[in-house]
Design a protein around this ligand. Structure first.
Ligand code: ADP
Ligand code: MG
Ligand code: MG
Length: 886
């Protein structure tokens, strides 16, 4: 039988699925010979079994006590032994880090007897009772379900009565009283007593950690981070070491590099005379790690060595938790640390420079989402004026929003469409919904390793923390700055997470350094260099070409600067808007061929000019022009407005304007219940005489014009919404006729590839037939997603997608990330059958998904030739296409 429990010495990070990240890495550090207090791990399998059945897995606690005995033997004392107790922590830890989202209980093994024993052997009454009150508090809230606030309140009241500024100033006798008060609280609230049996404490704590997997905040965090719900958590049981033994002890957290900027050098926070959970909770102010060098040079240097060992071993930025017990350093946790987008690029480049990783590994460690974040605008330093406050730049970016002071208000306003900034003294896991809803998080306490900073960084949310000049008054719903400015709830502020500053009002924005680089090639910072080298390598290794969706010369030119290798989708509908509407109206209303030809004839030179401009901007690169797609009534005025006008005239006894009346009649005649499934795409071309011919002629004449001007235009003609090969054949015949005619008239050969979009399931399923006529395919994955799911994109997202996401029907909207299982299957069929019918068939994608990182990886795997996306996503697609090819 597979064991449920693993000793630290029996595992390593390759077992992270089974041991959770925390447990596996503790085992890994043990294997590396670092000073880790001994312990063992209850596997995620035990948790899954418990959550499945609701009862303790059979034999689990026999295994636990066998492993516990080994630790007891090594320590020479038993769990909770009255005269000299061994204590343990019971720690949660899933496969993926979920900082602070689940439960951990420290100091298991203390009771009314062993607390005296601990006081004696340690020589410190205060320490023993401090540990006991921590246990009763954590056990009471985590295991027995008493609201944690109630314990905090008793502690605060006691500090006030004693005039103690913080918990360190409470004495042993105070803490003895506090333990009694805590025990009474537990009894009042639960009718049950705090258990005195160490074995029972341990057993119940383990089960409580299992249960915390399904706690509300853990679930919310998983949804947000797309972590599957069925992994379960492991439980680590580990001998306690004591950071609260006096001033020669303490706890801290540290990073091997700065997680915000990626710059080298140890970075962290330290808190003397404290247990670990105090550091991130922001109960007392921490000191920068550098000060540990003065406080305890030996431990500091040892710590530096260990962190160096870890970084070389993991070959990446690591973060750690450590505790110093009377001058002895203990390592309590490590993992590959979360970092900002900027830091990800910088660290990957540095580690590659240091030859710790290859350039390709570096490319694997950065991503398109991060790059997109670095392309966002930032505040214009020259125009912001004096900040309201400064704090620590914990998670970069520029955010503007109305100040709110709690999670509920943040969620309420965000749901109503308002942008908000969550302002707290410090955040706790309970603030998670508010952090999710907010544009930015601002706190007055805590460092770069505080809860707010860590979680915000993980979510890519803007965060300024530790803005200590701010007095945050949550109850009165306002904060006050050092100079006395009062900012009430609802006031708009700007938060600069890159500079660590807060401004009144909405500060003006400018291009980011990365955006400037993409536009001009200018390399102004190390981060820009890192981005540039990642893009260069991606371009070298990728197989997918990247094109852009653009329908103006300006967009085409920008896309080209951003590295686009052509246009994958040039829509023609905007060319029918504005002042050209009148001509379109005329075409639609035309009573006979003569009138229609007149309108089309007037549109022709305008379209030709549009195409010539785009072909010039993309000279030498392919430009795929899609024939008109949307239903014609989209170009007509609104029916209600017209009806009102016509009705008003009639009511006055006048004859309505004949033009109004004619248009109204046309609008009514062309009304469709489901326009997205109606007369559009290729269907328009087949029923509106002359439309296709006019568009193709405009394209062909633009090609002639460009060729005569010495250019190299590469037009491709694409037919939308084809469901059957016969539709395409009819249109293609007409296209070829016009191309031949223009070639003949001009003496210039304007023949070009004619292909189709694959955006209906029927097209995908009959792709072999369609490929007999189509010279290329381009997946229109927006429509293909709509028609495969039967979702009307304009309606469903607001109506029920959030419910679907909550209920786990899908983890991300299929309009954002391609649904591999369904839509992806259609893509696979169409690629295979299309290429079987026409070897070498060129295939691309031009839906929104072309710029989505996950989808780009899918398209690479599906064997497409190119992805096409909006100009701003082109760098993202280049990067991800490179990563997909690694
Ligand atoms: P989290 O997932 O919230 O970080 P942890 O399991 O890491 O929870 O524990 C919370 C705090 O308690 C951390 O600061 C950790 O370092 C500290 N801690 C955990 N186990 C021990 C131990 N055996 N001795 C001393 N401190 C511990
Ligand atoms: Mg931890
Ligand atoms: Mg479409």
């Amino acid at each position: 039988m597979v064991p449920y429990v693993y000793d630290f010495s029996a595992g390593g990070r390759e077992l992270a699925d089974l041991l959770g990240g925390k447990g596996a890495n503790l085992a890994e550090m043990t294997r590396l010979g670092l000073p880790v207090p001994p312990g063992f791990i209850v596997s995620t399998e035990a948790c899954r079994e418990f959550l499945r059945t609701g009862t303790e897995p059979e034999g689990l606690f026999q295994e636990v006590s066998r492993h516990l005995s080994a630790i007891e033997a090594g320590a020479g004392r038993r769990l909770g032994q009255p005269d000299d107790p061994l204590l343990v922590s019971v720690r949660s830890g899933a496969r993926f880090s979920m900082p602070g989202m689940m439960e951990t209980v420290l100091d298991i093994g203390l009771n009314d007897d062993s607390v005296t024993g601990l006081a004696k052997v340690s020589g410190s009454e205060r320490f023993a009772w401090d540990s006991y009150r921590r246990l009763v508090q954590m056990f009471g809230s985590t295991v027995m379900g008493v609201d944690g606030e109630l314990f905090d309140r008793l502690l605060t009241e006691l500090k006030e009565r004693r005039g103690a500024p913080d918990d360190v100033h409470l004495e042993a006798a105070d803490l003895t009283d506090l333990v009694e008060a805590y025990k009474r609280l537990i009894h009042e609230r639960t009718g049950d007593h705090f258990p005195q049996s160490p074995a029972e404490q341990l057993r119940r704590a383990v089960l409580a950690v299992f249960r915390s997997w399904n706690g509300e905040r853990a679930r919310l965090y998983r949804r947000r981070e797309h972590i599957p719900d069925d992994l379960g958590t492991a439980v680590t049981v580990q001998r306690m070491v004591y950071g609260n033994l006096g001033t020669d002890s303490g706890s801290g957290v540290a990073f091997t590099r700065d997680p915000a900027t990626g710059l080298p050098g140890l970075y962290g926070d330290y808190l003397p005379n404290a247990q670990g959970e105090d550091v991130v909770a922001g109960i007392r102010n921490t000191v920068p790690l550098a000060e540990l060098e003065q406080l305890d040079p030996e431990s500091y240097h040892r710590l530096r060595d260990h962190m160096d060992t870890l970084e070389r071993h993991y070959r990446d930025l690591c973060d750690i938790e450590f505790t110093i017990e009377r001058g002895t350093l203990w390592m309590l946790q490590t993992r590959v640390g979360k970092r900002t987008a900027e830091a990800a690029f910088v660290i990957a480049a540095q580690l590659a420079d240091e030859k710790l990783i290859t350039e390709r590994e570096g490319l694997a460690r950065v991503g398109g989402d991060g790059l997109a974040r670095l392309m966002f605008p930032r505040f214009d330093a020259a125009a912001t004026g004096a900040p309201l406050a400064r704090g620590i730049a914990a998670s970069p970016g520029a955010a503007v929003g109305a100040v709110v002071f709690d999670s509920a208000e943040a969620a309420r306003r965000a749901a109503a469409g308002e942008k908000v900034v969550l302002v707290r003294q410090e955040t706790t896991p309970d603030d998670l919904p508010g952090m999710v809803a907010a544009q930015a998080v601002l706190t007055s306490r805590g460092g770069k390793t505080s809860h707010a900073a860590v979680v915000a960084r993980g979510m890519g949310k803007v965060c300024v923390c530790g803005a200590e000049e701010l007095a945050v008054d949550t109850a009165a719903r306002r904060f006050t700055t050092r100079t006395g400015t009062v900012v009430e709830e609802g006031t708009v502020i700007s938060v600069d997470g890159s500079a660590g500053a807060v401004y009144a009002g909405a500060a003006p924005l400018v291009d980011s350094e990365v955006m400037r680089y993409l536009e001009t090639g200018e390399r102004s910072t190390g981060a820009v260099d890192a981005v540039a080298s990642a893009l260069r390598l991606a371009d070298e290794v990728r197989r997918l070409e990247v094109r852009a969706n653009a329908d103006t010369p300006e967009d085409a030119a920008r896309a080209r600067r951003f590295g686009a290798q052509g246009i994958g989708l040039c829509r023609t509908e905007h060319m029918f808007l504005g002042e050209r509407r009148a001509l379109v109206e005329e075409m639609i209303l035309a009573g006979d061929d003569v009138a229609r030809d007149r309108a089309l004839g007037a549109l022709l030179p305008l379209q030709r000019q549009d195409f010539a401009g785009i072909l010039a901007a993309m000279d030498g690169l392919p430009v795929t022009i899609r024939l008109l797609d949307p239903p014609l009534h989209e170009f007509l005025p609104d029916a209600t407005e017209l009806a009102v006008r016509v009705g008003a005239a009639e009511a006055r006894g006048e004859r309505p304007d004949p033009h109004d009346a004619a248009v109204l009649a046309a609008v009514r005649r062309m009304h469709e219940e489901n326009p997205m499934l109606g007369l559009r795409g290729v269907r328009l071309g087949l029923v509106v005489p002359g439309l296709v011919a006019m568009q193709v002629r405009a394209i062909a004449e633009a090609v002639v014009e460009r060729r005569r001007a010495g250019g190299t235009p590469e037009a491709e003609i694409m037919v939308p919404l084809v469901g059957d090969v016969r539709e395409l054949r009819l249109v293609r015949d007409e296209v070829e006729r016009v191309l031949a005619a223009v070639s003949e008239e001009s003496g210039i050969d304007v023949r070009c590839p004619v292909g189709t979009m694959i955006e209906l399931p029927r097209a995908a399923l009959t792709a072999g037939r369609i490929a007999e006529v189509a010279e290329f395919f381009s997946f229109g994955t927006n429509d293909l997603t709509q028609t495969t799911w039967g979702f009307s994109r304009d309606d469903v997202e607001a109506a029920f997608f959030s419910a679907y996401l909550d209920k786990g029907v899908f983890a991300t909207s299929p309009f954002e990330t391609l649904d591999r299982e369904g839509v992806g299957r259609l893509v696979g069929i169409a690629v295979a059958e299309g290429r079987a019918a026409r070897p070498g068939l060129k295939i691309g994608v031009c839906g929104e998904h072309g710029g989505d990182p996950d989808s780009v990886h899918f398209f690479h795997g599906a064997g497409l030739d190119y992805v096409s996306c909006s100009p701003f996503r082109v760098p993202v697609a280049r990067l991800e296409a490179g990563r997909a090819a690694l």
